[in-house]
Write a protein that binds this ligand. Structure first.
Ligand code: ZN
Length: 357
């Protein structure tokens, strides 16, 4: 049986771009030209790829009725998510992750149980890949339509970004994700409020747990990405909680460093448990319709004492896509075998994401 490592896969349906987390300028794919004037969409059509959707669209107008904007905090849209020179001037209540490193109480930023890695990848844009990932039990989440800085958008554009992505996902897999991840982690109280009113939970990576894989080959190399991950392995045993990592599977370099660098080390690390976000939060219903293909396993995340992974004598617990727990490795030799089987599954899954780019 081929085992697949389930992950949280964020979806930006239009995303087929080279982009940079942590940078404010989104590097769109070459030659991208977004329409400058609204034109009605053909029946069943979607907005232009990689472009912020027009809010005049009747579909968007219908979605706007789902949000009571009188309850939405009023803050001026940012300029491409960039922070003002005087960061101290930002009202505390704005809780702007990018500039204030502020996390709201309901932001998902870590896994409760120590030693647990909430595994996430960003992201896929291809219907068949999405369908396969969902069918194999991966948790699917929303990323946004055009991968811009959400704080830079109007209230109405925020609705359009989230809901078009949700609709496209629903049209492909038949469920609406609850979780979403703001590109660049760029979220503030205004964006959160709108997302929450639309039924979403905001998920960001744990502060400083950015692999920097998105920066290959600019300021990062596969070696530095792996070195970063290794540095966390020293830190993780001292942490009272688990963590969520920013990783990508958009470009071959990102996939390669994960498959050949990070994951082999993770599999060989005793006491490290890898789970989708919903699993680590003990959330059986990551979709608005319920569980979908996601199978919550007992005894792992959500602060519940797991069966493995914390006593230092077993290998990492990995959950397969069929909702069955793979056996934890009882020793290093078995761990290696388990890893190779699992790696094959991951390789298939992730290569599929890339081969169609
Ligand atoms: Zn992203």
């Amino acid at each position: 049986m081929v085992k697949i490592l389930p992950t949280l896969i964020t979806v930006s349906l239009s995303l087929s771009v080279v982009f940079a987390h942590g940078l404010q300028d989104l590097k769109k794919r070459a030659g991208l030209v977004c329409p400058t004037a609204y034109a009605p969409l053909a029946p069943g059509a979607y907005p232009a790829l990689d472009c912020t959707p027009f809010v005049q669209d009747p579909q968007v107008q219908a979605w706007l009725k789902l949000v009571d904007f009188t309850k939405t905090p009023v803050y001026p849209p940012s300029v491409k998510g960039e922070c003002p020179t005087d960061v101290a001037s930002i009202p505390k209540d704005r809780c702007w992750w990018t500039c204030q490193k502020c996390e709201a109480p309901d932001d998902v930023t870590f896994c409760p149980k120590a030693g647990t890695w909430g595994l996430t990848y960003d992201g896929t844009s291809y219907p068949e890949t999405l369908k396969r990932a969902y069918n194999e039990g991966h948790q699917i989440a929303v990323h946004t339509w055009s991968h811009g800085s959400m704080t830079s958008l109007s209230n109405e554009q925020i609705v359009a970004e989230l809901m078009w992505t949700q609709k496209a996902i629903f049209d492909i897999i038949g469920v609406n994700p609850i979780y979403w991840r703001p590109p660049y982690g760029d979220v503030d109280a205004r964006v959160r409020n709108i997302a929450t009113q639309l039924g979403f939970k905001t998920s960001i990576w744990t502060q400083d747990f950015d692999t920097n894989d998105w920066n290959i080959p600019a300021t990062a190399t596969p070696a530095t990405v792996v070195a970063t991950f290794k540095s966390w392995l020293v830190k993780i045993p001292t942490m009272k909680t688990g963590f969520i990592v920013l990783e990508h599977d958009l470009l071959p370099a990102e996939v390669n460093v994960s498959l050949t660098g990070i994951l082999p080390i993770a599999y060989a690390t005793k006491g490290l448990t890898m789970e989708p976000i919903a699993q680590c939060l003990n959330d059986a219903k990551p979709y608005k319709e319920g569980a979908g293909t996601f199978k919550l396993l007992p005894g792992s995340g959500g602060g519940v004492n797991g069966t493995t992974g914390t006593n230092g004598t077993t290998g990492p617990t990995v959950v397969n896509g069929n909702g069955k727990n793979s056996t934890s490795a009882a020793g290093s030799a078995f761990a290696t075998t388990t890893s190779s089987v699992l790696m094959a599954g991951v390789g298939l899954a992730i290569t599929a994401l890339i081969s169609v780019c």
